[in-house]
Design a protein around this ligand. Structure first.
Ligand SMILES: Nc1ncnc2c1ncn2[C@@H]1O[C@H](COP(=O)(O)OP(=O)(O)OP(=O)(O)O)[C@@H](O)[C@H]1O
Ligand SMILES: [Mg+2]
Length: 251
């Protein structure tokens, strides 16, 4: 009991430190901007440049807050009939401008609608795929597959990128854990992803080898009837919450 409490407090401390860091960094820059702008009110050129910097800082804080709200989001799931393969294709379209040097292989075999929250699934796919793309700055191959296995919808996203060192594999799902440059990653993507997979009663596994690449496997239970009795029509809303089965195994 005591240990669990200590673990929770440590996690809270880490989260708070992460938030403080993500907000304080742009804030310090923005305060500096304002000070300089006040010192040179007639320097139009400087005012313009610094206003753009202020805007950038505010956008960064806004992004951090949005991701944090997603992370703690208790909003009801919006379960409706949707096709996971279509969601994957939608995500790839959104990411198209980042895929220039990357060969994309698709093996989509779950080609039928089932009951999911398409926005949540889209975020899961986006976060993992974006990481995969970022892990291949010089290009490489991205393979996305979907299939049904033991009553679960299994989604595999594989890249040929940098891989994840064994020493950090058990930290990648921690909020604010990032190896990216300041301003490039907040370290919330996988924390949000894990929280979402857990809300959908699914699990997420990762296998990675340094310099060889990484594979994320997400398994979500298949529900074809949008179970709630009042909720059998497409596009209606229901709340589904349940047990957590997520793991983050390293392989
Ligand atoms: N496919 C991947 N290949 C290599 N490293 C990865 C991969 N996916 C995740 N990582 C590692 O896990 C860390 C955490 O990922 P996460 O998505 O949570 O945060 P981020 O990408 O750094 O920032 P954010 O997602 O908030 O922009 C990354 O910084 C990176 O070190
Ligand atoms: Mg990320």
């Amino acid at each position: 009991m005591k240990r669990r409490r200590a673990e929770k407090l440590a996690a809270l401390g880490q989260l708070t430190a992460g938030i403080a860091h993500e907000i304080n960094n742009p804030l310090a820059g923005m305060l500096n901007c304002v000070k300089t702008m006040q010192e040179e009110p007639d320097n139009i050129d400087l005012q313009k440049r610094y206003l753009a910097l202020l805007h950038k800082g505010l956008k960064r804080i806004e992004l951090t807050m949005r991701q944090l709200l997603n992370y703690g989001r208790a909003a009801p799931l919006r379960i409706h009939q949707a096709n996971i393969d279509t969601i994957i294709l939608d995500c790839l379209e959104l990411l198209e401008h980042r895929l220039r040097d990357i060969v994309v292989n698709l093996d989509l075999r779950f080609n039928e609608p089932c009951c999911i929250d398409s926005e949540v699934v889209k975020q899961i796919v986006m976060n993992i795929t974006l990481n995969a793309i970022q892990a291949m700055p010089k290009g490489g191959s991205l393979t996305i597959a979907s299939r049904e296995e033991n009553g679960a919808m299994v989604l595999t996203i594989e890249d040929s990128g940098t891989g994840i060192g064994a020493e950090i594999q058990d930290r990648i799902f921690d909020p604010f854990f990032t190896t990216k440059e300041v301003g490039e990653g907040t370290g919330l993507g996988l924390a949000v992803t894990l929280a979402m997979v857990q809300r959908l009663n699914g699990r997420i596994d990762v296998h990675s080898r340094t310099d060889a690449g990484t594979t994320f496997i997400v398994a979500l239970p298949v529900d074809r009837q949008c179970l709630s009795p009042t909720d059998s029509t497409p596009d209606s809303t229901t709340t589904q919450q349940g047990n957590m089965h997520a793991t983050d195994s390293a392989g």
